[in-house]
Design a protein around this ligand. Structure first.
Ligand SMILES: Cc1cc2nc3c(=O)[nH]c(=O)nc-3n(C[C@H](O)[C@H](O)[C@H](O)COP(=O)(O)OP(=O)(O)OC[C@H]3O[C@@H](n4cnc5c(N)ncnc54)[C@H](O)[C@@H]3O)c2cc1C
Ligand SMILES: *[C@@H]1O[C@H](CO)[C@@H](O)[C@H](O)[C@H]1NC(C)=O
Ligand SMILES: *[C@@H]1O[C@H](CO)[C@@H](O)[C@H](O)[C@H]1NC(C)=O
Ligand SMILES: *[C@@H]1O[C@H](CO)[C@@H](O)[C@H](O)[C@H]1NC(C)=O
Length: 517
């Protein structure tokens, strides 16, 4: 049955590349959708339709007198992206920009070409078309600290009403006052859970962690994951925030339209519009009030630099006229992970993708009822937030680690997608993971939530169609604190697996050394 995930993948690929068909499938209620005009003027221009751009375009166009343009480089995704169980496959379609990190020493030495696939969504809905749908609001202390750094209005108390306003939550465990129903964005439990995750959630409590609503009063503790799902299907940003307002006359959406430059008056330094490419032609659109760049973590800084806002030296070396000398692209944080910790168990209570995607019952359960294993958000089942014993933060409730508990090993899809997503060489995969295609095992992905290593982004050239270069710089912090945190996390994972509950499953750490320098 090994061929079946390949089949699913090809199936997704074919569907995803049928761009022209998409406009017929999309419920197209917008009268001025993709109606591009020469030099049209708006009040606001929003670049990029990810969760940021979709929300901004929705909220701005609530004011009928404001004319809003939302401009997106990608197209409208096909409904297949709504199947949560196969979400990792969409990184291999044209709904992803296809970026990779630059090769650097010090991390990823075991990956193919020592680089990482740097997935970024390219579609109406941005990365919420391809992402894992995990709903994490963030720790209240993050907001409070941003406010303390000089950002009025960003304290948790001040942002919480907006989270509540957006949410349509239906959760088993929900702290009073921290969730709401009736908003645009659906947040639910995942309809299907493996038996394994019940064991892990139990084990975490035996290890001393409280069972919490991690988007509620306190984040620290263990929880089943909360997800951006509606009726067991992906609730992407466009589905949540754009489709319900598509008939607003003051909102125009242009897809397959790529902004190549933000127009800035060299004298007043005010933005007044954008230049964009659509169907191999250039157009301009003008903004009376503001241009909002919500083009994502890599493309927003790229666009700013192309428009003359960035580090002077770098722009000058590429012959881009400098309008403002600012450290754009200089501070990139990302959550790395470590995949090497894998536990063998003695019961078949994990996901096996072959069995899922070839089961008529699973497919009908999903398609008809929005239930069953295909509603799993790429195998992510529970989260655990904790403060490792190397944390130097004075606040006892400020975690530095997130454990993402998967209901299987990353080999559950027989190495067809997850292995490629993480750029694992086939030799390494065969040495460590191959056996666990058939023997039950599971993985926890530790994620640094406050990395100290800082990466950066540079332009490759002044050509707006070239990829920006991203230097992730993982584990480059001078005190090696990030590595120390991972080691502490691995010890914690081992402790979790020594609890009576995990012993019942015979959870055993796989100790085969991972090849790499
Ligand atoms: C594989 C993957 C899994 C993830 N899993 C999760 C998860 O489970 N939970 C979670 O909370 N977060 C997750 N994330 C992160 C989350 O999706 C992002 O943080 C979020 O989407 C960022 O929103 P954004 O609006 O800033 O940018 P994006 O969502 O990246 O959207 C930017 C949009 O701008 C468009 N754009 C870029 N350049 C231009 C241009 N020049 N002109 C016009 N349009 C342009 C892009 O095509 C894109 O549609 C994941 C991300 C990825 C890639
Ligand atoms: C549109 O705007 C551009 C940029 O300002 C200008 O060069 C061009 O002449 C304008 N075209 C028309 C038809 O007004
Ligand atoms: C690795 O790098 C080589 C040389 O740059 C390239 O030809 C090859 O496609 C790369 N492999 C992957 C999987 O990226
Ligand atoms: C953290 O815990 C681990 C495992 O119990 C232990 O080996 C290590 O010494 C501890 N580190 C610190 C800084 O306390």
């Amino acid at each position: 049955m090994t061929g079946n995930p390949i089949f699913t993948f090809v199936w997704c690929g074919i569907f995803a590349s049928l761009q022209p068909v998409q406009s017929f499938i999309m419920p197209n209620r917008l009268n001025n959708f993709n109606d591009v005009k020469i030099n049209e003027t708006f009040d606001f221009i929003v670049i990029g339709s990810g969760p940021s751009g979709s929300v901004i375009a929705n909220r701005l166009s609530e004011v009928p007198e404001w004319k809003v343009l939302l401009i997106e480089a990608g197209g409208i995704a096909l409904p297949i992206v709504e199947a949560p169980g196969i979400c990792s496959a969409f990184q291999f379609t044209n709904y992803d920009w296809g970026y990779r990190t630059q090769q650097q020493d010090g991390f990823c030495s075991g990956c193919i070409n020592k680089t990482l696939k740097y997935a970024h969504g390219k579609a109406l809905g941005g990365s919420t078309i391809i992402n894992f749908m995990i709903h994490v609001r963030g720790n209240r202390r993050d907001y409070d600290r941003w406010e303390a750094m000089g950002n009025p209005g960003w304290s948790y108390e001040e942002v919480l009403p907006y989270f509540l306003k957006s949410e349509d939550a239906h959760l088993d465990k929900s702290d009073p006052g921290y969730h709401n129903s009736g908003g645009y964005l659906s947040v639910t439990d995942v309809p299907y859970r493996t038996k394994l995750v019940d064991y892990v959630v139990q084990a975490a409590q035996e290890a001393g962690y409280p069972y919490v609503d991690y988007n509620g009063k306190e984040q620290m503790g263990v929880s089943y994951v909360q997800a951006h799902l509606r009726n067991g299907r992906r609730c992407s940003a466009d589905k949540a925030f754009l489709r319900p307002v598509m008939d607003r006359k003051n909102l125009k959406i242009l897809t397959n339209s790529r902004v190549v430059k933000i127009l800035i008056d060299p004298v007043t330094k005010e933005t007044y519009g954008v230049k964009f490419a659509k169907r191999k032609k250039y157009y301009y659109a003008f903004a009376k009030k503001e241009v909002i760049s919500s083009a994502g973590g890599l493309n927003s800084p790229q666009l700013l630099m192309l428009s003359g806002v960035g580090p002077k030296d770098h722009l000058e070396e590429l012959d881009i006229p400098v309008l403002a000398d600012l450290p754009v692209g200089k501070k990139m944080y990302d959550h790395s992970t470590f995949l090497g910790i894998l536990f063998e168990i003695n019961q078949k209570i994990v996901f096996v993708y072959d069995e899922v995607i070839t089961s008529i019952k699973e497919i009908t359960d999903f398609a008809v009822l929005g239930k069953g294993q295909i509603t799993s958000i790429g195998g992510v089942e529970a989260l655990l937030y904790f403060k490792s014993n190397v944390s130097t933060d004075p606040d006892p409730l400020y975690p530095d680690m997130e454990f993402i508990v998967l209901g299987a090993s990353i080999s559950a899809d027989n190495g067809v997608i997850m292995r490629k997503m993480f750029n694992i060489p086939i030799e390494t995969y065969n040495k460590i993971w191959k056996k666990y295609e058939t023997t039950p095992a599971y993985q926890i992905m530790p994620m640094l939530v406050h990395p100290r290593s800082v990466g950066y982004i540079k332009l490759k050239s002044k050509n707006p169609f070239h990829w920006p270069k991203s230097y992730a710089n993982f584990f480059s912090d001078p005190e090696n604190h990030d590595i120390k945190t991972y080691i502490a996390a691995i010890r914690e994972m081992q402790r979790l697996n020594r609890t009576p509950t995990m012993r019942k499953l015979g959870a055993t750490l796989i100790t085969i050394p991972i090849p790499g320098e």
